[in-house]
Design a protein around this ligand. Structure first.
Ligand code: GDP
Length: 208
């Protein structure tokens, strides 16, 4: 393992679960470091991704029941940056009331959390972009936050499918060019692309 990768590993090994929050007012002042958040449709692979990035098995529970995580979970990485796990959105089987409440929690957090410096929007590569994802890009841009797109489960897709996806997403991102940063292509199953997200978060953690 190169020295760079070793220090990345040490960086993510030092992590601490701060708590699980159901209302935004409890989150505002958990600590003074910057936040980056992970957000995406239910079942996109968000818990698997957070576990892979932090190299822990159970930091975020992987559940087979979409829409179950109905709170915001915060993990402090290396005393430097909060990794914020937002509830999944867009799952049809969740009742409208719960769905609206989840939406409000996500919206309140993204609009008001001034120390939020980056949002990672997860998109299942095979499912592609849905209207609720576009709503998310719009919300993040309205809040004037930078974001990146993390394609998940790329092990299910062919190389040519992925390059078409990248081309069409590049066109879509022209509408968001002020806030859009990067694409990440990942598979937690094959451990692909995870290190690039870790490097990105490490770089963010240096930002004051
Ligand atoms: P969440 O609801 O967004 O937190 O998603 P989970 O992490 O619970 O994953 C949802 C489902 O997708 C589970 O059945 C996972 O095993 C599966 N999954 C997650 N990541 C991958 C991946 O990289 N490749 C494949 N093939 N399946 C994945």
């Amino acid at each position: 393992m190169s020295n760079g990768n070793k220090s990345l590993k040490n960086f993510f090994n030092s992590n601490k679960f701060i708590g699980s929050f159901q209302s935004y007012k409890d989150i505002k002042k958990v600590n003074t470091v910057n936040d980056c958040c992970f957000v995406g449709r239910s079942n996109v692979g968000k818990s698997s991704m957070i576990n892979a990035v932090t190299k822990t098995k159970n930091l975020a529970k992987t559940s087979k029941t979409p829409g179950r995580t109905q709170s915001i979970n915060i993990f402090l990485i290396n005393e430097n940056i909060n990794l914020v796990d937002l509830p999944g959105y867009g799952y049809a089987k969740v009742s409208k009331v719960i769905r609206d409440n989840l939406g409000i929690l996500i919206e309140e957090y993204i609009m008001n959390q001034l120390n939020l410096i980056h949002a990672y929007v997860l998109i299942d590569a095979k499912v592609g972009v849905k209207n609720s994802d576009i709503d998310m890009f719009d919300l993040i841009s309205e809040a004037e936050r930078n974001f990146s797109i993390v394609f998940t489960k790329i092990d299910k897709c062919s190389q040519s499918y992925l390059s078409n996806l990248e081309n069409s997403m590049q066109s879509l991102m022209k509408s968001y060019k002020k806030y859009f940063n990067n694409f990440f292509f990942t598979s937690t199953k094959k451990n692909e692309g995870i290190i690039n997200i870790q490097k990105d978060i490490y770089t963010l953690s240096k930002q004051k």
